[in-house]
Ligand binder design. Structure first.
Ligand code: NAD
Length: 378
C-alpha cells in the first residue's frame, strides 16, 4: 500500500521551499522506486483566508490519516491583527496537540563546508553534531491554571503552571536514550532542579529510566549552565533532553551555532510514529516571493520524514525509528538526499543566507534543481 504524506506549505516562503522539497521527493521516488502519495492542504494564514480558521477539520482529518506531514512555515504581517486564538501559529500548535507529537527532535549539525558561517570560531564548531530532544506537548506552555488576574489591591498578576507527569517525562527520556544509543551514547539531561520541584522530578525519572540504558552515559546540567556551555564548547554534547520551554530556547541557541537557520530541519513525533517535519525557521515574510529563501532545511526535513515515519519497521517505542542504516528504501533515500545536499555545498552553491567569498549564489529554485541533479546523478 502507498505511504501517505500530507504537504502543508503554509505562508510566506513556505510554498517556495515546499516546491523544492517536492521536486526532490519526485526525484527520490524515481531513483529508489518509492511508493508514496502526496496530498495537499492549507494551514496558517492561507487557511484563515480560505476557511476563516488556521486549521480546518478537513485538513486535520488528512493529517490524522497520513503517515507523515511535511510542514513549511506559517504567519506573516497580513494576519498579525487576528485574535490570539485564531493566529496562523495556532494551526501548528493544534496539529501538535491533536496528534500528540510529544517528541521534538532538532539536530544542530554543521556541514563542514559552512564552518565560516557560524558566529563562533570555526574550530569550536567544525564537526558539530548535536541532537536536542525537546518535550513538546507539556510543561509550562500547556499547564493550567494560567492567565492574568487582578489582585485585591488592583494590581494585575500574570501566572502560568509548570507541570510534568512522570509518564510524560519517562516517554521523552526513552526517546532521548534510544537516540543517544544510535549516536555517540552520551545523554545530557537539562533541568533546573536546584530551584523548580517539577524539574527535580524530571531528574529523578530520567535517572530511573537510565537503569535500562547502561550503555548510555547520562549527565545532568542546569539550564543556565547548558546555555553557557552551548556557546563555550558545544562539541561536548551528543544528545540533550529537556522540557518544552528550556528546549525551545536551547534549540534556537544551538541552531545559531550552525550559521544559518535556513539549514536546520526538525521532527515532531508521536508514539504511533506519525510525525510532522518542518524547518526550524519561520515564514520569512521579508524575503517571501523573491526566490531568495534557502530550501535546504525543508529538503532535509523531507529526509527526516522518510527515515523516521516512512521507513519500514520504524518504531519510536523500541527505538528503531531512530536507527540509521536499515535497508529500507526510504532510509536509503533519506541518506541519499542528505548526501546530495552536502554535494551541492561541495560544488560551491549557496543561497544568500549562507553565501561566502568565492561561492556561487543561487536562488531557491536553482538550489532545489542542484539537489535534484546531485540526487539523480550521484
Ligand atoms: P523567521 O525565521 O521567519 O525569519 C528570521 C530571519 O531569518 C529573517 O531575516 C528571514 O529572512 C531569515 N530566514 C528565515 N528562513 C530563511 C530561509 N529558509 N532562507 C533564508 N533566510 C531565512 O522568523 P521571524 O521573522 O521572527 O518570523 C516571521 C513569521 O514567521 C512570523 O509571523 C512568525 O510568527 C512566524 N514563525 C513561524 C514559525 C513556524 O511556522 N514554525 C516559526 C517561527 C516564526
Amino acid at each position: 500500500m502507498s505511504k501517505q504524506i500530507l504537504c502543508l506549505p503554509g505562508d510566506g516562503i513556505g510554498p517556495e521551499i515546499m516546491a523544492e522539497a517536492l521536486k526532490v521527493l519526485d526525484a527520490a521516488k524515481l531513483r529508489f522506486g518509492l511508493d508514496i502519495e502526496v496530498s495537499h492542504g492549507l494551514v496558517g494564514g492561507a487557511a484563515i483566508d480560505q476557511y476563516g480558521v488556521p486549521l480546518s477539520d478537513e485538513t486535520l482529518t488528512l493529517a490524522r490519516n497520513s503517515d507523515g506531514i511535511l510542514f513549511g512555515a506559517v504567519g506573516g504581517p497580513k494576519w498579525d491583527d487576528q485574535p490570539m486564538a485564531n493566529r496562523p501559529e495556532k494551526g501548528l500548535l493544534q496539529l501538535r496537540s491533536a496528534l500528540d507529537l510529544f517528541a521534538n527532535l532538532r539536530p544542530a549539525m554543521l556541514f563542514p563546508q559552512l564552518a565560516d558561517a557560524s558566529s563562533l570560531k570555526p574550530e569550536l564548531v567544525a564537526g558539530l553534531d548535536i541532537l536536542i530532544v525537546r518535550e513538546l506537548t507539556g510543561g509550562i506552555y500547556f499547564g493550567d491554571p494560567r492567565g492574568v488576574r487582578t489582585l485585591e489591591n488592583g494590581e494585575r498578576e500574570g501566572y502560568n503552571t509548570y507541570v510534568y507527569r512522570e509518564s510524560e517525562i519517562r516517554r521523552i527520556a526513552k526517546v532521548a536514550f534510544e537516540a543517544a544509543r544510535k549516536r555517540g551514547r552520551r545523554l545530557c539531561s537539562v533541568d533546573k532542579s536546584n530551584v523548580l520541584e517539577v524539574t527535580g522530578l524530571w531528574r529523578e525519572v530520567v535517572i530511573a529510566e537510565s537503569a535500562s540504558y547502561h550503555d548510555v552515559e547520562l549527565s545532568h546540567m542546569y539550564v543556565d549552565n547548558a546555555a553557557m556551555q552551548l556557546v563555550r564548547a558545544p562539541k561536548q554534547f551528543d544528545v540533550m533532553v529537556t522540557g518544552n520551554m528550556f528546549g525551545d530556547i536551547l534549540s534556537d541557541c544551538a541552531a545559531m551555532l550552525t550559521g544559518s537557520i535556513g539549514m536546520l530541519p526538525s521532527a515532531s513525533l508521536n508514539e504511533k510514529n506519525q510525525g510532522m517535519y518542518e524547518p526550524v525557521h519561520g515564514s520569512a515574510p521579508d524575503i517571501a516571493g523573491q526566490n531568495k529563501a534557502n530550501p535546504l532545511a525543508q529538503i532535509l526535513s523531507l529526509a527526516m520524514l522518510l527515515r523516521y515515519s516512512l521507513a519500514d519497521g520504524s518504531s519510536l517505542a523500541d527505538g528503531s525509528a531512530l536507527a540509521d542504516g536499515s535497508a529500507s528504501g526510504e532510509n536509503i533515500a533519506a541518506e541519499a538526499i542528505e548526501k546530495a545536499v552536502s554535494d551541492v555545498l561541495d560544488k560551491g552553491y549557496r543561497t544568500r543566507d549562507i553565501a561566502s567569498d568565492g561561492c556561487q549564489v543561487v536562488g531557491t529554485a536553482e538550489m532545489g534543481d542542484a539537489v535534484v541533479d546531485c540526487l539523480l546523478n550521484a
